[in-house]
Design a protein around this ligand. Structure first.
Ligand code: ATP
Length: 802
């Protein structure tokens, strides 16, 4: 029962004798909360509550109200304290202790700074930097604040939930206090054998239960509601930042280009912070951050109230005990911090080694077929064992550190029983105080120590939490750095000014995503950007490096693509054909020169292996567009991007026609058991169901639906036979010419002013569909030629589409 549990919990609090700088953290946090923000309401509420408590004690004035409280609580405490002497020396955690459960957290020192230091080796970080200095602690609190505050600032439902929780927290604490009084009087009545008072207190207890139980339940419910809402908001915000301007790609590109993946390392390279396992940061780290922050806040708020009250009590009983408690707490804090400091990087490693192991297993699952064909189980199994070994080694090391830490904390906890008695014993022997005062002193001393005991009690969890804060902030900082539309002045969770930056103005948008000196300048412009000439893309003095900047793939490239001029890029394998397309897409930015092209919504890239999204066959055709965007489908505060709304409304029959155009007319019949509409809406793992050739043809169908002006194909027909390839390119040429002749009167509307395509490929048959050929020979060696007239499209292959 909740109330009973509160009583037991309140009692256990007195037994949980461990110390620490909750003073420091509490005051810093509350100082921040009350000064850095305008949370006057919170200040007023806390103050009012303290006033309420003081008034309550004043009205209960039996030989001094406050001493009365001490007396009433210390009696219970004394029993339990005595009982604890008989217990084995281990932590006795109260119900409300922070719980990270098994969710690991971490943040490597090598990552934490984000200052470009190439301190890759995590073990090297186990040094001075791991000490929790005051400066670092305040920096940490600042970081914590920058991640926690935006939610409460921006989300109105979040604020409502928070204030509701504060009110219920205060009510809940008041209920606990009320129960402690009722309990005191109850036991007094029992000890004095006052039958009338005993039954009177029984009645009061029942009445208090009727009020108190719902309050306690509602308080917990409100807390959970807030935790869920906060997590949802923060995860969604993190995801928005992750998806904005292809930040997710930039992070992966830098991480893999650094070669860290195979080494399982982390760190920074060329000024960019390398991010391992972003998926885990978005899910686990955010969840732990929000959940633990709330628990911490609640614990601190409670402790603050407690601390103020009982400090007063202790001081009024024995002033010298006050000095002792501060000294004892300081001693415990320093020693625990020294003994436990190596847990911080170990906790970071724990998170990463587990994530690396999981990542490998996911990779094996995704590539199951290839591995099975190769019979590569043994090789994969060896790598799994290696990663598992790292997980286990790390856990063993943590166990050893924890053992050492617990040796100290256990002794420390035992000593807590003796210290206050030792301080007041001389006065007792001198006959100036009674035994009861000693019991009061021990009770109040223990109570305060418990309030001060965050670090000793929860060092590992706090260290995990602080590592988690740093890990998350490193991730948020890296995302900010990787987003060209955000500046280092932006707060960590601020959405970019232009979400999914795609220029709709006549002025070119300049994207300079590279952090180091040189980067390719990508200018996006509404087309046509050269009057009368209809230039779709212009490349000037392009030098293209690999992301690690170790190689120059293309140098001094100048190229202009006009509307209707279809370009074929050829060259030997590895010369940089696909890389050029990546640069055009804005994915690779290492190098110099400029690329000016039409805006992203006018361009469609067809990779060699098309991506099949989760969803129906219809969704595959529409990808990446969607028929509607509804704000209700997204969490509170989500900013909707409009750039991928379908430009035209298409009926199911239109989509069946599109499938027909790409020779996939039987697909919806096959998957809909004869009913094509059913087949269109069938949800399957299409990437693993369709053959690569079918997927490539489906990708051509997407062009019809999405109506781009510039199509860029990277070996997009490699899995097709020559006849099918001809059909796909005929469709492209048809789309390029049709509208120029006829306007928009087709059943399935096509590009309003034609379509131009650029292809990369090896097959000579491709020459027939293109007008210009760019041959890359490596570096600055390239040539651009007109394709000979004899490479005409065979009529037999195109007649279906013209
Ligand atoms: N992430 C990367 N980091 C460093 N080098 C890379 C990266 N990706 C590709 N490369 C290298 O860049 C070079 C060009 O690759 P690219 O994919 O552009 O070749 P390609 O001309 O398209 O070859 P193919 O015809 O075989 O597809 C290759 O030597 C490749 O090894």
């Amino acid at each position: 029962m909740e109330m009973g549990a509160e009583l037991v919990s309140a009692t256990q609090h007195h037994v949980d004798y461990r110390c620490h700088i909750k003073y420091a953290i509490t005051s810093l946090l509350l100082l921040l909360i009350t000064t850095k923000t305008k949370m006057n309401l919170l200040r007023v509420v806390v103050f009012a509550y303290q006033l309420l408590l003081a008034t309550a004690w004043g009205s209960n004035n039996v030989g001094g109200g406050i001493a009365g409280v001490a007396s009433s609580t210390s009696g219970r405490r004394h029993y339990v304290a005595a009982a604890k002497f008989a217990l084995p020396p281990h932590y006795q955690r109260s119900q409300n202790k922070f719980q990270l459960n098994s969710v690991p957290n971490g943040g490597g020192e090598n990552e934490l700074n984000g200052d470009g230091k190439d301190d890759d080796n995590i073990s090297n970080t186990n040094n001075e930097e791991n000490n929790m200095t005051l400066e670092k602690a305040s920096e940490l609190i600042g970081t914590f604040w920058s991640m926690a505050y935006p939610y409460y600032k921006e989300s109105q439902p979040g604020r409502r939930l928070f204030y509701g929780m504060i009110v219920l927290l205060i009510m809940n604490s008041s209920v606990s206090v009320a129960f402690s009084y009722i309990s005191k009087d109850f036991w007094n009545a029992l000890s004095t054998k006052d039958t009338v008072e005993f039954y009177n207190m029984m009645t009061k207890f029942g009445a208090a239960l009727v009020v108190g139980a719902p309050v306690a339940v509602l308080y917990r419910f409100q807390r959970e509601q807030l935790a869920v809402h906060w997590r949802e908001w923060m995860t969604d915000r993190t995801l928005q930042l992750y998806n904005s301007n292809r930040v997710y790609y930039a992070l992966e590109r830098d991480f893999f280009a650094s070669g860290k993946e195979s080494e399982g390392e982390n760190g920074s390279k060329g000024g960019a912070t390398l991010i391992d396992n972003p998926d885990q940061r978005i899910t686990e780290d955010v969840r732990t951050f929000t959940a633990f922050s709330l628990q911490l806040f609640i614990e601190l708020a409670r402790s603050m109230i407690d601390l103020v009250s009982f400090s007063f009590i202790l001081y009024s009983i024995q002033p010298q005990l006050f000095a002792t408690i501060i000294g004892y707490a300081a001693f415990g804090t320093v020693t625990t911090s020294l003994l436990g400091r190596s847990l911080l990087p170990l906790n970071f490693l724990k998170l990463r080694t587990e994530a690396d192991l999981r990542y490998l297993l996911v990779r094996i699952r995704e590539n199951a077929e290839s591995i099975a064909f190769y019979g590569g189980e043994d090789v994969e199994g060896k790598e799994v064992s290696t990663r598992l070994r790292k997980v286990v080694d790390n856990k063993r090391e943590i166990n050893v550190k924890q053992r050492n830490l617990e040796l100290f904390t256990t002794c420390y906890n035992y000593f807590v029983q003796i210290v206050p008695v030792a301080v007041v014993a001389p006065q007792y022997f001198a006959g100036s105080i009674q035994l009861g005062v000693i019991s009061q002193s021990v009770g109040a001393f223990n109570h305060i120590l418990n309030d001060l005991s965050v670090i000793v009690n929860d060092f590992e969890q706090l260290s995990s939490f602080s590592a988690g804060i740093e890990r998350l902030s490193t991730f948020l900082t890296a995302m900010r750095d990787a987003d060209p539309s955000r500046s280092s002045e932006d707060t960590l969770l601020a959405l970019p000014a232009e979400f999914n930056a795609t220029s709709i103005d006549d002025e070119p948008v300049k994207e300079e995503a590279e952090i180091s000196n040189e980067s390719i300048q990508l200018n996006l412009q509404k087309m046509p950007f050269t009057n009368g000439d209809n230039v779709l893309m212009q490349i000037n003095q392009l030098r293209l490096n690999t992301p690690d900047r170790n190689r120059v793939l293309i140098d001094n490239l100048d190229l202009t693509i006009r509307e209707g001029q279809h370009l074929l890029i050829v060259g030997s394998s590895g010369c940089g054909k696909s890389s050029l397309l990546r640069a055009i897409a804005g994915l690779w930015t290492a190098g110099s020169g400029s690329i000016t092209r039409v805006t992203d919504d006018e361009v469609y890239f067809l990779p060699q292996r098309p991506y099949c999204a989760l969803g129906s066959l219809k969704d595959q055709l529409l990808y990446p567009s969607t028929e509607s965007l509804n704000a209700d489908d997204y969490p509170d505060g989500h900013r909707l991007s409009r750039s991928h709304l379908l430009r035209q409304s298409l009926t199911d029959q239109d989509l069946l026609d599109v499938l027909d155009m790409v020779d996939l007319h039987e697909l919806p019949y096959r998957f809909g058991d004869g009913d094509p509409i059913k087949g269109l809406n069938e949800v399957l793992d299409w990437g693993n169901t369709l053959s690569l050739g079918e997927q490539q043809r489906l990708a051509f169908g997407r062009l019809v639906v999405n109506k781009p002006r510039l199509v860029i194909c990277d070996e997009a027909t490699s899995a097709l036979d020559v006849a099918s390839e001809a059909k796909m390119y005929s469709l492209l040429r048809n789309m390029a010419q049709k509208d120029l002749k006829r306007g928009e009167d087709n059943k399935v509307a096509l590009s309003p002013s034609g379509l131009t395509f650029i292809s990369v490929g090896h097959r000579p048959s491709l020459l027939a569909y293109h007008d210009i050929k760019l041959r890359l020979n490596g570096g600055a060696d390239y040539d651009v030629t007109q394709i000979e007239k004899q490479s005409v499209l065979p009529q037999s292959l195109t007649s279906n589409f013209m």
